[in-house]
Design a protein around this ligand. Sequence first.
Ligand code: ADP
Length: 163
Amino acid sequence: MKIAIYPGSFDPVTKGHLSIIERAANIFDKLVVCVMVNSGKHPMFNQQERVALIKKVTGHLPNVEVECSCDLLAEYARKKGSCVIVKGLRAGSDFENEFQMALINRKINPELDTMFLTTEHQYMYLSSSIVKELGKYSVPLQDFLPEEIIEDFERRVHERKGE
Ligand code: ADP
């Protein structure tokens, strides 16, 4: 059984992420979407909340599992019995960083390969950070976030304004 891991912050999961999840789920027998800790980012949703949001938008994909982990990615993949990491590539700006991560992961776990799926053109400029920025200005979010989580997102933006 070919198992792939799709790691990221997913704070929150966007339509760009979902497109990668759907396409990777078509290629592999099982796709594990893993919410990783990113020490450089101050999250809007905690890890469990991000897992719940991803589960909400992937209910139609029976071979997708959603988890969170504090492990090193290369170690996590080994534990899950996976030898493929899936990453999404947007503009060239993603490339340098992703290339470095792929090489480091392979160094730590030589059986691990990284497979890149190019973004769909309409999601090329979409990131969770941009969505969080737009959220502050009441811009309609239908083009950026899966319908099922827009309310959760707007509620959190509202709670944060009250802080
Ligand atoms: P971000 O916070 O920039 O949205 P994440 O860490 O959540 O990034 O991203 C996880 C993975 O999803 C990365 O491989 C990233 O390149 C990819 N990704 C993020 N947004 C998109 C998008 N709009 N289209 C394709 N891939 C994407």
